[in-house]
Design a protein around this ligand. Structure first.
Ligand code: MF3
Ligand code: CO
Ligand code: CO
Length: 269
């Protein structure tokens, strides 16, 4: 099977075949299953490195491959982004403390198909402000997903997300975006989490991409630390993110990365 299956639109976005949805469902299911299985391990006193070791083991045991190990020199099976870390947090000796919120992002390759998903977890008791941030970010992802249907545009997705976030007086990160995926990790288009309705490329049946809004309690600006990966909020405010991989169907969307245990949201599933 080659990476050039299907065809490209004039915007360079790959259109996959109906049968390809099955491959994406398998990859997405494994990624989501791993995020479910790691949930009971997230607790006060745990290190992010131990969580990553467990994820690496689960990917191996499934006979799959981690898409992130070796990706541009990245060495880990997950990104774990705690509190004011926006994304691409590197797992390591950091110990979780009571009230920490964290995003765990896993991408696996199954039979050549990529499944990419992330969600929020909490160690100990969820602080009220963090709970609001997590709820708004989760619901923003859903507003974006609900804008996925043939004939809508990528700007419709971005607008739906941005409107929800800003009406709750939080901010959408501009420096990172979602992406096409399928037989590759990152492909066109850039899926922006802000924008204007009716702008951008038109959605067509057979497009596969992620939606993965990052939302900050404070200002949207980020900076990348000296390790060249860890992105943090410039104002040190809390940040949250949720990510699903989706495909465009004839009348809407199919989510590839549903949580089998209903654990996508840390408190209400
Ligand atoms: N999974 C991330 C995404 O949603 C990308 C992580 S790349 C890494 O696109 F190298 F940092 F792991
Ligand atoms: Co992604
Ligand atoms: Co991801």
């Amino acid at each position: 099977m080659d990476k050039n299956r299907g065809r490209l639109t004039k915007d360079g976005i790959r259109i996959y075949e109906p049968a390809d949805f099955d491959g994406m469902m398998k990859a997405g299911a494994l990624a989501a299953e791993i995020l479910d299985a790691v949930a009971p391990m997230v607790k006060v006193g745990q290190t992010t490195g131990v969580l990553d070791d467990a994820i690496r083991g689960m990917v191996e045991d499934a006979g799959a491959k981690s898409a992130t190990i070796g990706y541009k020199g990245y060495q880990h099976a997950s990104c774990i982004s705690v509190n004011h870390v926006v994304c691409h947090g590197i797992p390591g000796p950091k110990v979780l403390k009571d009230g920490d919120i964290l995003n765990i992002d896993v991408t696996v390759i199954v039979d050549g198909w990529y499944g990419d998903t992330s969600r929020m977890y909490v160690a100990g008791k969820l602080p009220r402000k963090a709970e609001r941030l997590i709820d708004v970010t989760h619901d923003a992802l859903w507003k974006g997903i609900e804008a996925v249907r043939p004939g809508n545009t990528f700007g419709d997705i971005g607008q739906a997300i941005q409107a929800h976030v800003e009406s709750n007086r939080m901010s959408v990160v501009r420096d990172f975006c979602g992406h096409g995926l399928g037989r590759v990790f990152h492909a066109p288009p850039n899926v922006l989490h802000y924008g204007r309705a009716g702008t951008g490329a038109k959605l067509e049946e057979g497009m596969f991409f992620t939606i993965e809004p990052m939302v900050n309690l404070g200002r949207p600006e980020t900076k990348v630390l000296a390790d060249d990966w860890t992105a943090v909020t410039r104002d040190k405010s809390l940040s949250a993110q949720f990510e699903h991989s989706v495909g465009v169907t004839a009348d809407g969307y199919q989510i590839f990365t549903h949580s089998p245990g209903g654990l996508f949201h840390p408190t209400y599933g």
